[in-house]
Each structure stands twice: as structure tokens, then as C-alpha cells.
Design a protein around this ligand. Structure first.
Ligand SMILES: [Cu+2]
Length: 276
């Protein structure tokens, strides 16, 4: 059974096992395939010629759940003891404490380019060249902090209080729905704000270049699981024929070939992993 743990509680051995598995995927080229997949998805999500599947749309949560499951599977081919840790950014708010330590993700960027200079993902280690890019920086960048703070408990509470999963127009304008509040487009500033707070690649379509992406999205995923438990009578929506969004039983690109992955298959995370 896969158990995802709070990064603040990981032992030194658990931290290094996670880091080493991530670095090995990078060496094998698998990591950058995941970055490319996310970049392609993000760009298509912003293009009206495509049905959105990953961002600003109801399937934001099931899409990222499947994406993390696929990544976690790859990590475990390297080391079967590894799972994706989650970063509770409501509690762990300091830009100088875990996960921003040299034994896990390294710290914030320094200098005019905000280059990350310490930890396993610093450019000078030779292990973390940024090859799937939007800009031309070959190194990991972070501007931890920035103008707005990380989300607070009151922001999370606002999402948790929403009684409807999603609603028309099924995008960034959906009013007062759990998905749109948690994504960060309505009311509180949640998921999107964390990407902005980290900055650098995390604020770009190539955000998985920063391994904190997985820890951030694991916590977003956990909040979805928590919300489902609080609102057992509130189903995934839409469940009918909605042209501009992925319905409950429609497959989500790029997992829309034979045996494709639907939101319905992603509603219960417990066959795949649990949260500690
Ligand atoms: Cu994303």
C-alpha cells in the first residue's frame, strides 16, 4: 500500500530516497517527459481549439490525480519504498524551513536570476539541467515569497465550505465552486497562488521542472480527498454532455486512447494510495 506522508515528518532516509528516485528519473529522461506532458497540456488548455482537461476546468483535480499517480509509479520503479510527499503550505510557510532545505528541495533562488544554488537540484550539481523550457534559463529558479503570502487556513476553509464541486461555465469563472476556489480562481487564492509564491519555473507551464510541483499537487489532491469526505453527497460535475468540459465518464487527454482515464475512475484515491 502506498502511503503519502507530510514532507515535514519525513526521516532523513525517506528524504534521500525520494530525492534519489527523482534524480534517477531525470537521468533516464523520464522526468522531462512528464514536464513536456504538462507543458503541452497547459498550452492546449489555453487554446480554445481543444477541450480543456488539466487547468481552469472541472477535471483539473482528476487530471492532476492521474498525473501524480503516473509519476509516483515511475518513482517506485526506482525505489518501491518511495511515495510523493505532500507540502502543507498553510502550516509550513517559511521560505527557509523544510521543504526548502539542502536535504530535500534546496532553498530559494539568489542573485538577479534567482538561481537555486543549494540542494540536490542546484545547477552546479550537474544533475538538474532544465531542458524543457519556456524561457532560456538552463537552471532551476525560485523567487520564494513575492508579493502575496501563501494561502491561510481561512482560504482553505472557504474551499471546504463550498457545497458544489463545479458549475457552468465550467472554467475560471465558475462561481463559488469547490474546484474553482481550490484551483485559485474564485474567492480565496489557493493552488494558483502557491505556484506564484514559489515563482521561477513553478509560475510557468513547465512548473514540474521544480520538484516542489509534486509536493504542492499532492496537498491539493489531499484537500480534494478531504472535501469529498466532508461532502459525500456532492458528486463530480459535469455528468452529462458538456461540450467544453470533461464529463464524469469521458476520458481526459492525453489519457484518452484505449482504456482511457475518466474522472469517474479518479474519484476514489484509496485504491492507489492513502494520506498520512
Ligand atoms: Cu498543472
Amino acid at each position: 500500500m502506498i502511503v503519502r506522508k507530510n514532507q515535514a515528518n519525513l526521516s532523513a532516509a525517506e528524504k534521500s530516497a525520494f530525492v534519489n528516485a527523482v534524480l534517477e528519473l531525470k537521468r533516464r529522461g523520464v522526468y522531462d517527459e512528464f514536464v513536456t506532458l504538462h507543458r503541452t497540456r497547459f498550452i492546449q488548455d489555453m487554446n480554445p481549439a481543444y477541450v480543456r482537461t488539466g487547468h481552469n476546468t472541472p477535471s483539473f483535480l482528476p487530471w492532476h490525480r492521474q498525473y501524480l499517480i503516473a509519476f509516483e509509479r515511475e518513482l517506485r520503479t526506482i525505489d518501491a519504498s518511495v511515495s510523493i510527499p505532500y507540502w502543507n503550505w498553510v502550516i509550513d510557510r517559511s521560505p527557509t524551513a523544510s521543504p526548502w532545505t539542502p536535504d530535500l528541495l534546496g532553498g530559494g533562488g539568489l542573485g538577479t536570476n534567482f538561481q537555486v544554488l543549494d540542494g540536490p537540484f542546484a545547477y552546479a550539481t550537474g544533475n538538474w539541467p532544465i531542458t524543457v523550457q519556456i524561457d532560456t534559463h538552463p537552471f532551476l529558479r525560485r523567487t520564494l515569497g513575492g508579493t502575496y503570502p501563501l494561502p491561510r487556513q481561512s482560504d482553505v476553509d472557504q474551499a471546504m465550505a463550498a457545497t458544489v464541486y463545479d458549475a457552468p461555465p465550467w472554467n475560471e469563472n465558475s462561481p463559488n465552486t469547490f474546484r474553482n476556489i481550490l484551483e485559485g480562481n474564485w474567492g480565496a487564492f489557493l493552488h494558483n497562488q502557491v505556484h506564484t509564491w514559489v515563482g521561477g519555473q513553478m509560475a510557468q507551464p513547465v512548473s514540474p521542472n521544480d520538484p516542489v510541483f509534486w509536493l504542492h499537487h499532492a496537498f491539493v489532491d489531499k484537500l480534494w480527498a478531504d472535501w469529498q469526505q466532508l461532502h459525500p453527497a456532492s458528486p463530480y460535475l459535469p455528468n452529462g454532455t458538456t461540450p467544453d468540459a470533461v464529463d464524469l465518464n469521458e476520458a481526459m487527454a492525453p489519457w484518452d486512447g484505449p482504456g482511457g482515464v475518466t474522472p469517474a475512475q479518479m474519484l476514489d484515491h484509496t485504491p492507489y494510495y492513502t494520506y498520512l
